[in-house]
Design a protein around this ligand. Structure first.
Ligand SMILES: Cc1cc2nc3c(=O)[nH]c(=O)nc-3n(C[C@H](O)[C@H](O)[C@H](O)COP(=O)(O)OP(=O)(O)OC[C@H]3O[C@@H](n4cnc5c(N)ncnc54)[C@H](O)[C@@H]3O)c2cc1C
Ligand code: FES
Length: 287
């Protein structure tokens, strides 16, 4: 067993269930939580996701992937931002509306073992759910969790109470709260101190690509392990369509290959990602 411990074994069963919305409302100016009651309780590990769809005339051709925020009994919860057709339709769902839910899917973040160094969490915007779930389940006293929002109104304060540290990109007017003004990676650097005098850490990150790149760079510079959750476009969620591929380093020629993010990820060792190719056309786009 390495310092990160054994990889947690994802639940054996994935369920394709017809659920009903029990609540769907804002938790900040831009973010909403959708609670769906399923016909049965399901197990998940932090970092795993669900493929969701609507029913009836609003049914989408492709289900949409969402990280699992939490479960309580038969209720499964998601944090989301309305950015396009699917998420805007989701925002309009009233209690009682039907939702199809295929879950849990994908590889989770590692669970801590006795030798796992303290964790440094970097979560940006809708990258919060898998790391909220990790911190809620595994938190140890020396672990540090940082969340970055766009501005004070964008922060879902009830989901990131102390000891979460919060940063905002924009701090307008008289700030009622004492909040770090800057990027979440800058907040993280302020928390962990200068290179050389810092405790080794395991970095866990989820959020926009610049955040993931910065987290990977921070970890590389300090020689720390790092796991990132990649929120690529996904068509199926279970390895068939290849719409989610990402470039990873590979020992054989040509030195890299396409990894299927929905089954090999979405959580990857940041050192395995080919960051020079990541996000470019060569890495593949939506199906
Ligand atoms: C494993 C995984 C977990 C995710 N977890 C969450 C979550 O917890 N909460 C959440 O809000 N979102 C999450 N996402 C992203 C979410 O799936 C997209 O926001 C959603 O599919 C958009 O659907 P739409 O129909 O509203 O947008 P569309 O109409 O399909 O697209 C609208 C715009 O958003 C862009 N877009 C769509 N999907 C993505 C994406 N994955 N990354 C970047 N840009 C995209 C499109 O290119 C387009 O410009 C996750 C994605 C993955 C792969
Ligand atoms: S989403 Fe279809 S193969 Fe990954």
């Amino acid at each position: 067993m390495g310092p990160l411990g054994a990889a947690p074994r994802p639940p054996a069963a994935t369920w394709d269930l017809a659920g009903r919305v029990v609540a769907n409302g804002p938790v900040s100016q831009g973010l909403r939580v959708l609670d769906v009651e399923l016909p049965r309780a399901i197990d998940f590990l932090p970092g795993q996701f669900a493929m969701l769809n609507l029913t009836g005339p609003a049914r989408l051709v492709f289900r949409r992937p969402f990280s699992i925020l939490a479960t309580a009994g038969r209720t499964i919860s998601f944090l989301y931002r309305a950015i396009g057709r699917g998420t805007s339709l989701m925002a309009g769902l009233a209690p009682g509306a039907a939702v199809e839910c295929l879950a849990p899917l994908g590889q989770p973040f590692p669970a801590p073992a006795a030798a796992t160094p303290p964790v440094l969490i970097l979560a940006g915007g809708v990258g919060l759910p898998p790391l909220y779930a990790w911190f809620a389940r595994y938190r140890r006293p020396a672990d540090l969790a940082c969340f970055g929002g766009r501005d004070l109104d964008d922060v879902p304060w009830d989901l990131v109470p102390p000891p979460w540290q919060v940063s905002v990109d924009r701090l307008d007017g008289a700030a009622a709260r004492s909040v770090f003004h800057g990027l979440v990676t800058e907040l993280a650097l302020a928390c962990v101190g200068e290179p050389g005098d810092a405790t080794p850490r395991l970095v866990l990150a989820c959020g926009p690509t610049p955040l993931l790149r910065a987290a990977a760079r921070l970890a590389r510079e300090r020689g720390w392990p790092c796991r990132v959750s990649l929120e690529e476009h996904m068509g199926c969620g279970y390895g068939v369509c290849k719409g989610c591929v990402v470039p990873v380093r590979d020992p054989g020629p040509p030195g890299w290959r396409h990894a299927t993010s929905c089954t090999e990820g979405p959580v990857f060792d940041a050192a395995l990602i080919d960051w020079d190719r990541f996000g470019h056309a060569a890495a593949g786009g939506p199906a």
